[in-house]
Design a protein around this ligand. Structure first.
Ligand code: GYE
Length: 325
């Protein structure tokens, strides 16, 4: 009896073993051909970020020859550092990093370099002691975005302006560039004054909360300069709840960045006066860079994305419909 049981068990394990080998073999061969990308994403703080995540997830799929390991850091640098260490341990082929802030990357990127894993930075920039710690960067010129908004204010607004400045995540390139643009504008224009300057961390909830408290202290606001669409939405809600109006013909002019679909809808509706595009579709761009690197080609160290602007007085529904995100 015992013998039969033993034999049966051996048979079962042989069958199981065989089916495992047969089943695993083809996928193993395939998996080896895939380029493994570890992507450390900032978080899910805004519509821009959602569009960016989608662009990356749509691109790095098996059908395009990739396996994506995606990590959402919930706006915390320490989570990004942990994610990168995990990617190194898993021996990914490429590390793609959308950094929450510019500084603090030297140590972990040195670890990636020691493991000979190329690092591609997307969206925001990093500030490292040695630029050899990353292979290439693709993203926006955030200072230029700020300059565009300032130029529009000079051309369309009064010479005396009381400005509320809602900043993004402090220390992120998007905040640094857009803030620098505005601050230079204020220096150059005698009649402009920033009467409140606070971070809304790029989220709608924080944007609203911050705006509510600013409205309690100031009743002479001319312009809200919100460093992204979601904070602009929050600010608009707060302003309207306080019984004031926004946008074209409103009490308070709203300037925003990103020009996401919802942002452009609000621009067409005349609630956001001016929206500066920040393009999140980095998936195809990073894919192209990886293909160049795979082919042994040189890639540019920095690649800036071209971006446009939208004015509430000229934007059309066709402009919105023609957009990819
Ligand atoms: O403007 C904002 C997002 O880094 C460009 O991050 C990105 C910014 C974008 O949360 O909406």
């Amino acid at each position: 009896m015992q013998n039969i049981v033993k034999r049966l068990m051996t048979l079962v394990s042989v069958v199981l073993g065989l089916s495992f080998i047969l089943g695993a073999f083809p996928t193993t061969v395939q998996a080896e051909d895939l380029i493994v990308v570890g992507f450390s994403q900032v978080g899910a703080e805004s519509d821009w970020r959602t569009a960016n995540t989608k662009s990356m997830q749509d691109t790095f799929v098996e059908a395009n020859g990739y396996r994506l390991i995606f990590d959402d850091a919930q706006q915390k640098q320490e989570n990004q550092i942990t994610a990168i260490r995990n990617f190194i341990q898993q021996e990914v082929d490429y590390i793609v990093l959308a950094p929450v802030t510019e500084t603090g990357w030297d140590t972990v990127l040195q670890e990636a370099q020691d493991a000979a894993i190329p690092v591609i930075i997307v969206d925001r920039m990093i500030d490292v002691s040695d630029d050899a710690l990353f292979t290439t960067w693709v993203g926006s010129d955030f200072k230029l975005e700020g300059d565009k908004a300032v130029e529009w204010m000079v051309e369309t607004q009064a010479e005396e302006l009381k400005i509320v400045h809602l900043q993004g995540t402090i220390g992120s390139s998007a905040q640094i560039g857009r803030t620098q643009g505005l601050e230079e504008g204020v220096e150059a224009n005698q009649g402009w004054e920033i009467i409140a300057q606070q971070t809304g961390e790029f989220t709608q909830a924080k944007g609203q909360e911050v705006m509510e408290s600013i409205l309690k202290q100031h009743d002479d606001i001319d312009v809200v300069y919100a460093e992204n669409d979601n904070m602009a939405f929050g600010a608009i809600d707060a302003i309207e709840a306080a019984g004031k109006t926004v946008g074209v013909d409103g009490d308070i002019v709203v300037i925003s960045f990103d020009a996401t679909r919802a942002g452009l809808d609000a621009t067409l509706a005349g609630k956001i006066n001016y929206n500066v595009e920040c393009n999140p579709l980095h998936g195809a761009r990073v894919d192209a860079l990886i293909q160049q690197l795979e082919a042994g080609e040189e890639v540019d160290k920095l690649a800036y994305v071209e971006e446009v602007t939208f004015d509430a007085t000229t934007i059309t529904q066709e402009d919105i419909d023609a957009r990819e995100y």
